[in-house]
Design a protein around this ligand. Structure first.
Ligand code: 4AD
Ligand code: MG
Length: 431
């Protein structure tokens, strides 16, 4: 007999098959009863009819619990009214593990905190399943994009000796007789990569000891960071919009069912095709002012400001040329205005906030040394980084796309914690 999964039942219509999974639910209507099975690839309704199923199987009705692990066999029938379009005429049910305590997550509503405490079980639910599949397809799209555009994967280390994005959000760890920090960004190592390979990227977990409890902040999140030699801020923005456009097209192609489960309006996403609007920080400031915002020039945009700005455009918005004082030490200044840094942020539509941060890097060694000092950073850990300006320095740019913020936007989930299998926040280290 064929051992199959729910997702490929369509290839087995009219045949008897074996499925392995977990009991999602059961219900009875007199002489027949139904078992809803989940196997990680989908849900399937099995129909248990006296005389057609084995006597043992038929008698299991009162005995099965939610999340019992089972092997079931039966006949695959087309049934458009059923979940997934197929039904199984049950022949036999074998219980592998019987759940004797009540499963914590029932089919009624639970609070977010309770669900997060039970994250290891919550991942089995339909909605969480859909989000994780979209995350997977997003990761795959990102890798495919860079792999097919001439980028080499250069993994950045996680233990580092220096800050990249300011010293206030560093996680310090004991590193033998000295201190190390969990990386905030792999960028500096990609800059070494770009001068060795032309175009590189890294994709891995990054860490910020941010004392923020917003729905957009994790202490551990995944970031993909491309870096390109001989690329200025304008071309950098073109790469950023093409990446995001590609991700959207791929998840739309591969995740139809998942978007259905999430009840996400995909017509909004279908519209996300490059080019994306590009405005300067000064122009963004004007938009905020004309909308009655009390935003003060020179600050970073807060979540409400980003929401106002994103509502002005129906595509992701790129904001470039920022007041240098609020940007990182490595950013190159605008040759037309020394107060501005050649940084760019991409703001997702619908109020999902900043998904990309990046820009053109300072390539002059003297200027860079000055900036490191100005930011009160120790020079010693940056010696190797300065070498990149000493030996064959070139104009170069790159950016970092936050995976979870991107997935939150794609899925339309308000809180970022649902977009990573096991979220780490200020208040959560378990499970
Ligand atoms: O804007 P950020 O801080 O930029 C950098 O780290 C650059 N060094 C990247 C580069 O140029 N290679 O972070 C980049 C992105 C943000 O736009 C956001 O999407 C995400 O990383 N991000 C976070 N996501 C979740 N939780 C947090 N605490 C995040 N901080 C940043
Ligand atoms: Mg940023």
């Amino acid at each position: 007999m064929d051992k199959v999964t729910i997702s490929d039942l369509s290839q087995h219509e009219g045949k008897e098959v074996e499925l392995r999974g977990w009991v999602y639910n059961t219900r009875s209507i007199g002489k027949i009863w139904f078992i809803i099975l989940r196997d990680g690839t989908g849900l399937l309704q099995g129909v248990v009819v006296k005389g057609e199923a084995s006597t043992d199987a038929f008698l299991l009705e009162q005995k099965l619990s939610q999340e019992d692990s089972v092997i079931i066999t039966g006949l695959v029938k087309k049934e458009p009214r059923s979940v997934g379009g197929f039904e199984l005429g049950i022949k036999d049910i074998i219980i592998i593990n019987h759940v004797t305590e009540e499963y914590p997550i029932s089919h009624k509503e639970h609070g977010a905190d309770f669900l997060m405490t039970n994250r290891h079980l919550w991942l089995r639910s339909k909605r969480q399943n859909a989000i994780m599949r979209i995350r997977h397809q997003t990761v795959k799209a990102i890798r495919d994009f860079f792999d097919s555009n001439g980028f080499t994967l250069i993994d950045s280390p996680i233990f580092t000796s220096n800050a990249v994005e300011g010293t206030t959000t560093l996680f310090e760890v004991d590193y033998f007789e000295r201190s190390a920090y969990l990386t905030q960004s792999g960028q500096l190592y990609q800059e070494a990569g770009a001068t060795a390979f032309g175009k590189t990227y890294c994709f891995g977990p990054t860490f910020r000891a941010e004392k923020s409890k917003t729905r957009r902040h994790l202490t551990e999140f995944w970031m993909v960071e491309p870096e390109m030699a001989f690329v200025d801020i304008d071309e950098n923005m073109t790469w950023a919009e093409n990446l995001v456009g590609y991700i959207v097209s791929k998840v739309l192609e591969n995740c139809k069912n998942e978007f259905d489960v999430l009840e996400r309006d995909i017509n909004i996403l279908k519209h996300i095709v490059p080019p994306f609007p590009r405005i300067t920080y000064d122009e963004a400031f004007e938009i905020l002012k004309s909308n009655g915002s009390k935003f003060e020039y020179g600050n970073d945009f807060g979540a409400p400001d980003e929401t106002i700005l994103s509502q002005h455009f129906d595509k992701p918005l790129m904001i470039h040329r920022w007041p240098a004082d609020i940007k990182a030490f490595y950013m190159k200044r605008d040759s037309n205005n020394n107060k501005l840094a050649l940084g760019v942020d991409m703001i997702a539509p619908e109020g999902y906030g900043e998904i990309i941060g990046g820009g053109q890097r300072e390539d002059n060694i003297e200027t860079l040394v000055k900036r490191i000092r100005h930011h009160d950073l120790p020079l010693e850990p940056f010696k190797w980084y300065l070498d990149l300006r000493k030996y064959g320095s070139v104009p170069h740019s790159g950016f970092g796309l936050g995976l979870e913020r991107t997935v939150a936007w794609l899925c339309g989930t308000r809180h970022i914690r649902e977009t990573i299998p096991f979220p780490r926040t200020m208040t959560r280290l378990e499970p």
